[in-house]
Design a protein around this ligand. Structure first.
Ligand SMILES: C[S@@+](CC[C@H](N)C(=O)[O-])C[C@H]1O[C@@H](n2cnc3c(N)ncnc32)[C@H](O)[C@@H]1O
Length: 413
């Protein structure tokens, strides 16, 4: 055995151990069949140009293609793939063995894992819009011994193989909308796992089909390269101060950068919820709750992002600089602020600028308290075809995409 082979085996085992431990830290149990697949498929065979150490980093994607500064293709991060496969396996009654799967976005690695999970009685088709990617995936899959994965070069916004239906469609590229083709290609109670942006925030949703609608069973925080082709939807950013931006991702969202920038230069008001939360409390669900509550209250929801320099300069103190819920309303600008720690516990709060800043911050803090008082409920997503009459929608916060109507609801946990 060569030194590299020995190295690869050790790094591979350590990566899977790390993934299992990370799952446990998040309160998730890795399913045994997912762990077995992760221990079987050698990731370095799908990242031949990367050093072995990078191939076996649990927390990192390996970028395989860039366009300018933008990564357009990668072999996804193992932690994320492991969580998404777990989401799929949790929803599908009877598990993945023998199932027919369509993967959207090809890197080879996830297709090989899926092949292990579905076994010889199942099938895996992987589709990518980019022939460089499909050529690469085909070669890597063959080198790793997975000759019977079907690799297709096409825009997955459309039907892939008109007479096919899949038990699972797993999307490994960031989507903004759910095209009708995805629901149509699912078996009647099939599962769609998709990293979908709602209100400018991405979650991997595991959704189950019933007729023409999809209902979520789980969701996880995640990030992905963006969808290309006819389903592409570019995120818009407006600069409101040096290094401070608003993300406007939904239809009809607008903000006047100069007016919001002027608000930001006014003195802030800070309010706290008065909570004492333990360190591992996950606040991603709170962010979607705020998006829904702010929208329901008739305020404009936006996402605040900032460069570290702007935070260091004290311009803004967002909860997370890559995307913090914010509200624009009646001459005020308010956002979820950085946490306040007291020993091992923390509090959540809001910071506002502009007219009645104190009242605006108190309003957002009240929305946070409501979430805590309701038992920190998790969001559920319902996806219905565009054109579904309002009366046929479940009660919740409606987000109209181009080809679907999305409704966010919250169930007590
Ligand atoms: C993160 S990579 C996929 C990773 C892969 N599943 C793995 O095994 O790690 C995302 C891929 O989605 C592809 N993609 C983007 N838009 C697409 C579309 N409309 N249809 C099919 N593939 C698309 C990109 O070319 C890119 O290769």
């Amino acid at each position: 055995m060569s030194v590299d082979t020995v190295n690869a085996e050790g790094l591979h085992a350590a990566m899977v151990d790390q993934l299992v431990a990370d799952h446990a830290d998040k309160g998730l149990a890795m399913r045994p069949e997912v762990e077995t697949a992760l221990r079987t498929v050698r990731r370095h065979l799908f990242t031949p140009d990367a050093p072995l150490e990078e191939a076996y980093r649990a927390d990192q994607a390996v970028v395989t293609k860039r366009r300018g500064d933008e990564a357009v293709s990668s072999v996804s991060a193992p932690w994320l793939i492991a969580e998404m496969l777990g989401q799929a396996a949790d929803v599908i009654d009877g598990g993945l063995l023998g199932r027919h799967v369509l993967e959207i976005g090809s890197g080879g690695y996830n297709a090989a894992l899926l092949h292990e999970l579905v076994g010889p009685a199942g099938s895996v088709t992987t589709v990518d819009i980019d022939s460089d990617v499909t050529d690469r995936a085909t070669a890597c899959l063959a080198a790793a011994g997975y000759d019977d994965v079907t690799v297709v070069c096409a825009d997955a916004d459309q039907l892939i193989g008109h007479d096919r239906s899949y038990d699972l469609i797993i999307v490994t590229v960031g989507a903004w909308d759910i095209p009708p083709a995805w629901t149509e290609q699912l078996a009647e109670t099939g599962t769609l796992v998709v990293p979908l942006r709602t209100f400018g925030m991405t979650r991997s949703w595991a959704l189950r089909r019933a007729g023409d609608r999809l209902t979520s069973h789980s969701q996880r925080l995640c990030g992905f390269v963006s969808m290309q082709g006819s389903g592409a939807h570019e995120m818009r950013y407006v600069d409101i101060a040096v290094g401070v931006h608003l993300r406007l991702d939904e239809l009809g969202q607008q903000a006047d950068p100069e007016a919001v920038g002027a608000l930001l230069s006014q003195p802030p008001a800070q309010e706290w919820a008065g909570a004492s939360l333990p360190p591992r409390t996950i606040l991603a669900d709170l962010d979607l709750w705020l998006a829904a509550r702010i929208t329901e209250a008739g305020q404009q929801f936006v996402v605040l992002t900032a460069q570290q320099e702007a935070i260091d300069a004290g311009l803004v103190t967002p909860a997370w600089r890559y995307g913090t819920p914010a509200a624009l309303h009646d001459g005020s600008f308010c956002y979820r602020s950085a946490l306040k720690w007291t020993g091992d516990l923390f509090d959540v709060g809001a910071r506002a600028h502009g007219r009645d800043a104190g009242a605006a911050a108190e309003r957002m803090v009240k929305q946070m308290r409501d979430w805590l008082d309701a038992g920190s409920p998790s969001p559920m997503l319902h996806v219905l075809p565009a054109g579904t009459p309002d009366g046929d929608l479940p009660a919740g916060t409606v987000l109209d995409k181009r080809r679907s109507r999305v409704v966010l609801t919250f169930n007590p946990s």
